[in-house]
Design a protein around this ligand. Structure first.
Ligand code: ADP
Ligand code: MG
Length: 737
């Protein structure tokens, strides 16, 4: 099937924190501002590209009103139209006599107008009878103006009509032909026609004309491909490939996502992206950091004070981190570890290394709850080493917050734990040397950079519990080194996982009663009904009510609309064993750590992504008791839902699950592109073009190795490529050296 390019919203959103996208310039009321020369990054865009970065309004036939509509459907600039690939094609190439028409097919025919039969009264259709040598047919129109129809279809003349033929009682008819033209235009009509994503008020024809106008502005680009690639892949030039994809010229519009033209444009986009990442990475590597002295007594004391020995994986990750910190370059490392793999202690020990060297460290969590939990985990460890901690979140009271800010500014507190409140304006660190970001996928890359800006040459450790398949981490984190915690702390028992139809709810509640009577504790995750806190909350409240009837006094509820104090109270009661059941919306998805909890029930599990389910399941099986996870799926969801959950029963390996998730849901979803502000592509499709991504990655690496300043033979072309795909921010990194 022909697949549309990824939707526009996920891409160059005006608020995209992705640093390599120059956001399209917004303009009101169709008044165009110069959106070209210089580019938003203050760099000079190559002259060759000026015509492509003009507002669509400069195109023939596009006035302010249409420009607005086009902007909504495709984008504001000419180049946006080029990237607005048709999401489907209509095949009008079949030219057939009326007698051969079959029901429901698109046909193009040359017919003679016989007679008009105006509607007998309002609400009835206007009919026009037409013939060819083979048979007769009726053209049917509703609410059409008779004078218009008479002009378009003069009796006695021939016309070309194209549209969907229908058979009614053995008679051929066509309701509102898509195209009416003179017979000599047959060559232009009888072909594959691109179908574009539109918006209310915008017709297919206007869009097609605008795209044509955009295509006419295409220059011949210099060649930025590596030698031999185009030949091997049978690729034409980018310009020709775009024309073909938009149905210009003699070749048919390719329908396959893997057609050469489609792969060609995808490759260019991926190459621009990977090259930009490679440039950033190169700069990061060149940047002089401050090598930290080796970890000393403090680290030793801290490790001794821990209630457990480190796992092999934790020790390895720490060594890799230590190596980075001892080097004269900034660290930019991603620590990937499945839920429960013990990332927190690695973060803590990393922070100590910086602190021991005289710097401050900050640990940033995505939510209030998680920040507080980190504090609770780390506090006793830190107390044992005499390290004080400042908690910085939105909910910390004013006085404490001010005191903490002051202590961070004068350097008297060396470890800060918090949410993004850590990086508000008023927080100035005396000497920040290390930033650790937990659950990276919840933060945009931009936030990550803002954070780095709080200190000179800060080292950065990013932690994620979402195992990201290698192929994807390359785009998402192409600029980072990666450490993996692939070993869980000892003594964990695998979580017994079962999938049950929601019809079995009463049984599940019955079993829960028994378990609670035996002193067990359970999470109960409620369905994500809609994309709204409110409806989630109602569902959760209802479920909590049902469970309270079965288990009076034992059930607590947390949801996104509660304030922190309330949430903390409930989670605290659950952690302390005063409550046995914690009913929750997915606020517990990441991080909550109650090792005594042994049961996880997830309702409407089929609504969650596999990786998310795996995360949730990771909340149990943290202690030494055996644990279980019950995945309830809606009975009407049936076999496919059950089938999809199968992988969770079969494996506890987050990476395997992530691969499966990727296969089922596609890359954008897995990366959480929208939330995270990660780059999405307009031409490349990561589900189908993974091999191209690999190639682009290699190519970019090679380019930087051979020509680190982009001065060589291919470099002018490559710069054009970076500008064309708006990855030009990376060029700055070349110039600032
Ligand atoms: P995550 O990687 O999901 O953030 P945590 O850091 O929250 O995992 O660790 C999960 C649990 O495992 C915590 O209770 C933590 O104290 C414990 N833990 C971490 N490392 C070890 C270890 N080496 N041995 C035993 N328990 C550990
Ligand atoms: Mg964690």
């Amino acid at each position: 099937m022909y697949r549309p390019a990824t939707t526009r919203e996920t891409q160059f959103g005006a608020h995209s924190p992705y640093p390599f996208h120059s956001n399209p310039v917004k303009h009101d009321g169709g008044i165009s501002i110069s959106v070209f020369e210089p580019s938003p990054h203050g760099l000079m865009r190559p002259r060759l590209l000026y015509p492509l970065f003009e507002p669509v309004e400069r195109l023939k036939g596009v006035g302010p009103r249409l420009a607005k509509l086009i902007a909504k459907a495709a984008g504001e600039r000419v180049v946006d139209l080029l990237w607005h690939l048709p999401f489907s094609v209509i095949d009008r190439s079949k030219v057939a006599p009326i007698g051969d028409a079959t029901d429901g097919n698109i046909v193009t025919m040359v017919v003679r107008i016989e007679r008009h039969k105006p509607a007998a009264r309002r609400g009835l259709p206007y009919r026009i009878e037409v013939t060819d040598a083979s048979a007769a047919m009726t053209l049917v129109f509703f609410n059409a103006r008779p004078d218009y129809l008479m002009r378009e279809f003069p009796p006695g003349e021939e016309r070309l009509v194209s549209g969907k033929a229908e058979l009614r009682h053995g008679q051929v008819q066509m309701v509102h032909p898509d195209i009416v033209a003179k017979p000599d235009e047959l060559h232009e009509v009888a072909r594959l026609e691109p179908v574009y994503g539109l918006t209310a008020g915008l017709t297919a024809k206007v869009m097609r004309n605008a795209v044509q106008g955009a295509l006419e502005r295409l220059p011949e680009f210099p060649d930025w491909l590596p030698d031999g690639l185009a030949g091997r892949e049978q690729w034409s030039s980018l310009t020709d490939a775009l024309k073909q994809l938009h149905g210009i010229g003699d070749a048919d519009i390719p329908r396959s996502i893997n057609a050469p033209a489609r792969r060609r444009v995808a490759y260019d986009e991926l190459l621009a992206d990977q090259l930009a990442l490679a440039l950033v990475r190169q700069r990061q590597r060149r940047q002089r950091g401050r090598p930290l002295p080796p970890a000393g007594a403090l680290r030793q004391t801290a490790i001794k004070a821990l209630p457990f020995p480190l796992t092999g994986a934790q020790t390895r990750a720490l060594q890799e981190i230590d190596h980075d910190l001892g080097e004269g370059q900034r660290m930019l490392r991603l620590l990937q570890g499945d839920v429960g793999s013990g990332k927190t202690v690695v973060a803590y020990l990393t922070a100590l290394r910086a602190i021991e060297a005289g710097y401050q460290a900050a640990i940033m969590a995505p939510t209030e709850l998680l920040a507080r939990q980190h504090l609770e985990t780390i506090q006793p460890w830190a107390d044992a080493c005499g390290i004080s901690i400042a908690l910085m979140t939105g909910k910390v009271d004013r006085a404490t917050s001010n005191a903490n800010a002051a202590a961070l500014a004068d350097g008297s507190i060396s470890l800060a734990i918090g949410t993004h409140a850590l990086f508000q304006e008023k927080v100035a660190f005396g000497n920040l040397g290390l930033v650790i970001v937990d659950e990276q996928h919840r933060f945009g890359v931009g936030q990550r950079l803002a954070l780095g800006a709080k200190g000179e040459q800060v080292d950065m450790l990013v932690m994620t519990a979402t195992p990201i398949p290698r192929t994807l981490s390359m785009t998402a984190f192409g600029d980072m080194d990666v450490s993996i915690l692939d070993e869980k702390p000892p003594g964990r028992q695998p979580v017994v996982t079962r999938a049950l139809s929601s019809d079995r709810l009463p049984d599940v509640i019955e079993r829960l009663k028994q378990a609670v009577a035996n002193g067990e504790r359970a999470y109960w995750v409620c369905p994500l009904v809609e994309d709204s806190d409110k409806s989630d909350m109602i569902a959760a409240e209802q479920r909590a009510e049902t469970l309270r009837q079965a288990l009076p006094g034992q059930v607590g509820l947390v949801h996104g609309r509660m304030d922190t104090a309330e949430k903390d109270q409930v989670v605290g009661d659950f952690a302390a064993g005063r409550l046995s059941i914690l009913v929750a919306t997915t606020v517990i998805e990441v991080g909550i750590n109650v090792p005594e909890a042994t049961i996880m029930v997830i309702e409407d599990a089929n609504r969650f992504g596999l990786a998310q389910l795996h995360q949730l399941r990771g909340r149990v099986g943290r202690g030494d008791k055996s644990s279980s996870c019950v995945l309830l799926y809606q009975s009407k969801a049936g076999a496919t839902a059950r089938d999809r959950l199968r992988i969770l029963r079969e494996t506890d390996d987050g990476f395997k699950i992530a691969e499966e998730d990727l296969r089922i849901r596609g890359a954008g979803e897995v990366l959480g592109t929208r939330q995270a502000g990660l780059p999405a592509f307009r031409l490349a499709d990561l589900d189908n073009h993974q091999d191209l991504l690999q190639m682009a990655h290699q190519d970019a690496r090679l380019i930087i190795e051979q020509d680190p300043k982009l001065e060589g033979k291919r470099s002018d072309a490559l710069r054009v490529l970076l500008y064309l795909f708006e990855r030009d921010a990376a060029i700055r990194y070349l110039q600032s050296g």
